[in-house]
Design a protein around this ligand. Sequence first.
Ligand SMILES: [Fe+2]
Ligand SMILES: [Fe+2]
Length: 204
Amino acid sequence: MNHLLSRLSPSITNMIRMDHTHVLSAFHQYEVETSPRVKKGLVDNICVALEIHAQLEEEIFYPALRAIAETAAVDKSVPEHDQMRRLIKQLRNLSPGQPSYDETFFELMNNVLHHVADEETLLLPTAERVLAGQLGELGAEMTKRRLQLAAPRSGEIAGSMARSMSPRSLAVGAGALLACGYLLSRPRGARPGVAQRAGGTVAR
Ligand SMILES: [Fe+2]
Ligand SMILES: [Fe+2]
């Protein structure tokens, strides 16, 4: 299994980019006029994806980077994850019919967009310079840990995806469902092109 994961997993930096793309695409499905049921499905789906992604970065990516590079940019990432977790907690305590639901969601989106922009313009390029020989191995480690973290939440993930399935978001939901298989099928080291990364341009 470890050998298979090592052979099939994308590099850790490409896996992080794909996670970002998935979440940004889901963000773009949310509109003020979206029905409360679909809003809740989208938000639940986004929150689980963000929680798993942040934990993977904190357990695997940030420590690998800290071990070898200057850490200021990494150090500010963890408090940003903590702020994201606070907003997720607030959203879970709100009903999608409340006006503050939209406000809290857009605050979360704003924070995540800035965080992702910093990771994609500072941390990932640095990692690709200083961790060049370890990116594949770290990608395999992240895939293994992702499966461990996602397994106990599979019911929650399936439920939120089903609720988020408006006609417009159907394609995104299907994309999320296939994301793991897609990632595993990519040749290691192949960097996703801009056209493949819906929502991949992040405005600051
Ligand atoms: Fe992060
Ligand atoms: Fe990230």
